[in-house]
Design a protein around this ligand. Structure first.
Ligand code: NAD
Length: 437
């Protein structure tokens, strides 16, 4: 797609999202009891802001990037030509069902690709709104929506695409990558995992408690970068727990079930999985109600070997573990797979540097949670088992573009140095090769 066509599609998407905002928010409410504030901030407006940014910048992004040409190749010019991959497959999850389809979609379109999208079958109200919006004639040759679950996706990934962008769980990520490998299709995998939070004795405990709970309880804990568990310095544990207890009340009141701002669990299967992880004695919460898929914000003490510490929690349960010294916390975190996000609460710079250099993670926030995802100037993605590749803003354009190297030589001069017979040329070529970049 040429630049004008890309811009037209992006502008149409902008208009359609604005016109369908109410339907989108209603669908998010039905799927996840997502309140208007979170629906706007983390889904609709989030996508609109990214669209606005891409529309503003795309004309400069698509321009070839001129680079240095070594003396050996003169006269010539060298540049990077951004080429669309072709047909992109985007597969999305159910937890931010609008954002996690639309955000990669606009990235793929900005780079000139056509796109097949497969939204989650589990957040089906939102998936239907997406389908209705994108099945209009104006998108016909550029965007196709395929609905379905495991069976349909299995068939889809057997087809040959030029790029696959997948957001979802790590085990399914492996299935996607295996299928893509059969066709040598490049992939971006935006996966999950257990994102740790460390609260040290140099932290502002009230702030640490409030910001960790905010990140944990948004969307009822069903956020890929939600703080999964906490390591707290054992000397400050009692004070920190007191802060958690008072902060949770200030966020959701004394009965979070009555709060309009607290979400619900997506399905009975996930409700059963989560409630089976709640122990007898909780420091906060522990209550649940299956008919309305409600699980209270729940905090409890845990050990490394407990079931809650084995897999990503993906719900409003927050286990707390303690450490004696920072090296112990680092060691325990490094025994697990590299996380998608790592959160550190500390106001001590040497401690901050120590954790930052020791722990590899997709992203990191110091003294907050989640917010790194909401900066379009930062790449968003995982590392190791939490994913590969990254996107958002310019990084999306880069992700969905093949960077073709082009050298354009002139014909008016042809220095014979590179051609046989080589006799007597090596010394000067050895010298010239020092200047290849
Ligand atoms: P999921 O892996 O079950 O499903 C994601 C998509 O894959 C869906 O569209 C689904 O239909 C499809 N799918 C499921 N099983 C499949 C199979 N066997 N073969 C082919 N396709 C299959 O994930 P989910 O439950 O929808 O989402 C939760 C997971 O996603 C969590 O692990 C979370 O951390 C992760 N996630 C990651 C990000 C990120 O940006 N890194 C964002 C949101 C969610």
């Amino acid at each position: 797609m040429d630049l004008n066509r890309r811009k037209n599609i992006l502008r149409n998407l902008q208009t359609d999202i604005l016109q369908n905002e109410k339907e989108i928010l209603d669908a998010l409410k039905k799927d996840l009891n997502k309140c208007e504030f979170e629906g706007v901030a983390t889904e609709v407006q989030y996508v609109l802001s990214e669209l606005g940014h891409i529309l503003k910048k795309i004309s400069s992004w698509v321009k070839p990037k001129k680079v240095f040409t070594p003396l050996l190749h003169w006269p010539a010019k060298s540049y990077i030509h951004y080429e669309p991959y072709g047909e992109v497959l985007i597969i999305g999850p159910w937890n931010y069902p609008f954002q996690l389809i639309l955000s990669p979609l606009i990235g793929a379109i900005s780079a000139g690709n056509t796109v097949v999208i497969k939204p989650s079958e589990i957040s089906h109200h939102t998936s239907l709104v997406i389908e209705r919006m994108l099945s209009q004639d104006k998108y016909k040759n550029y965007i196709t929506v395929v609905q379905g679950g495991v069976e349909e996706t299995t068939k889809l990934i057997q087809k040959r695409f030029d790029y696959i962008f997948y957001t979802g769980s790590t085990p399914v990520g492996k299935i996607i990558m295996e299928a893509a490998a059969k066709n040598l299709t490049p992939v971006t995998l935006e996966l999950g995992g257990k994102s740790p939070t460390v609260v040290t004795k140099f932290a502002n405990l009230k702030i640490a408690a409030r910001r960790t709970l905010w990140g944990k309880l948004m969307n009822a804990g069903q956020t890929c970068i939600a703080p999964d568990y906490i390591y707290v310095d054992e000397t400050i544990k009692p004070q920190f727990i007191e802060c958690l207890q008072s902060e949770v009340k200030s966020l959701y009141g004394s009965d979070p079930k009555k709060s309009n701002d607290f979400g619900r669990i997506i399905s009975e299967r996930h409700f059963d999985r989560l409630t089976s992880l709640i122990p007898q004695n909780c420091l906060i919460g522990g209550e649940s109600e299956k008919e309305i898929k409600y699980i209270a914000p729940t905090v409890f003490e845990a050990n490394e070997n407990d079931p809650i510490m084995q897999d990503e929690i993906f719900g409003p349960l927050l286990p707390i573990l303690t450490y004696k010294d920072t090296s112990e916390a680092v060691k325990k975190i490094k025994e697990k797979e590299k996380p998608l996000a790592f959160y550190l609460f500390s106001d001590n710079n040497s401690e901050i540097n120590y954790f930052k250099n020791e722990i590899s993670s997709g992203g990191m926030c110091i003294n907050d949670t989640l917010i790194h995802i909401a900066n379009g100037k930062l790449p968003f993605g995982g590392v190791g088992h939490s994913g590969m590749g990254a996107y958002h803003g310019h990084f999306s354009f880069e992700t969905f573009s093949h960077k073709k190297s082009v050298v354009h030589r002139k014909s008016y001069l042809d220095v014979k140095l590179k051609y046989p017979p080589y006799c007597g040329k090596l010394k000067i070529v050895r010298w010239l090769l020092k200047f290849i970049g």
